[in-house]
Ligand binder design. Sequence first.
Ligand SMILES: C[S@@+](CC[C@H](N)C(=O)[O-])C[C@H]1O[C@@H](n2cnc3c(N)ncnc32)[C@H](O)[C@@H]1O
Length: 326
Amino acid sequence: MTAGAGHIPVLAAEALEALAVRDGGVYVDATFGGGGHSRAILAHADCRVIGIDRDPEAVARGRALEAQEPRFSMIAGRFGELDRLLADAGVPAVDGVLFDLGVSSFQLDEPERGFSFLREGPLDMRMERRGPSAADLVNRLREEELARILQEYGEEPAARRIARAIVRRRRERPLRTTGELAALVAEAVGRAPRHHHPATRTFQALRIAVNDELGEIERGLAAAVRVLRPGGRLVVITFHSLEDRLVKRFIQMHSDRPGGGSRHRPLPERSGPPLLHWVIRRPLVPSPEEIARNPRARSAKLRAAERLAAAGEAEESHPCRDAMPC
Ligand SMILES: C[S@@+](CC[C@H](N)C(=O)[O-])C[C@H]1O[C@@H](n2cnc3c(N)ncnc32)[C@H](O)[C@@H]1O
């Protein structure tokens, strides 16, 4: 196993401010990874942090932090089940939930995990290391289903051409490695769009499908709203437009600010009262200095909202309410 070079937390100072971290608070780092954000929160205030991750290697890193830091606890699981995981741990409500979506540098840099087209390894991509892998998908799915995944989750204009090339190739022999798939896509697509490896979108699409990433985000956001105390903060860092669109639509749909959606995709009707108030609606992005230090931060966007009190819930005055521009 090759050890990753480590993961540099993205928009860390901005996330702390958006979470309004304070003494006595309880915060969930729903995507522990290398623990960069958890450590930053713990260093910022005398508070408690609960880390969650579905990747067994991230969980092992969390257990190591747990052994040194009594204010930290680690839970293995999916953030789509965040409310159940917290209830099982005896935590009924929290003051902030942070999602730093996508994959960590640990996962990307380890060839064995199969997440990167830049590193030769098995075509795996399973965060949890169980269930069907990317190789299972490319070798088993029907051509139309493969094209749909590439189109929907990769927004790949050459989805049909790539799906056809995959099916033609696997008739000879199954695709087994990242390098084989990356070369096949490059051949099928022809010239690479500027600044992008031609397999970028295909790898993103397969990773999203293998891990049901968009379904997890929908379930995770809904679960976060259920566990946040009134005044608590929901903070989400996204890395591509599909993630960001989901987050924006979710917050807008539950927000006390009318509008949003588009003519083509109007927001679904909300059944109850508004539950969220936008804190950071126009997304924060990394500074040029942060991108120079950490190029993987370049597509990051941070949005944040505050949990409102629903009817019957005690309104808690929060010192940081509306502290940041909306
Ligand atoms: C971008 S990394 C987080 C990095 C972390 N903030 C840090 O500073 O080190 C995303 C992490 O979220 C985890 N993850 C992704 N989807 C998840 C899900 N549905 N449930 C739990 N963990 C998930 C991944 O395994 C990965 O470790």
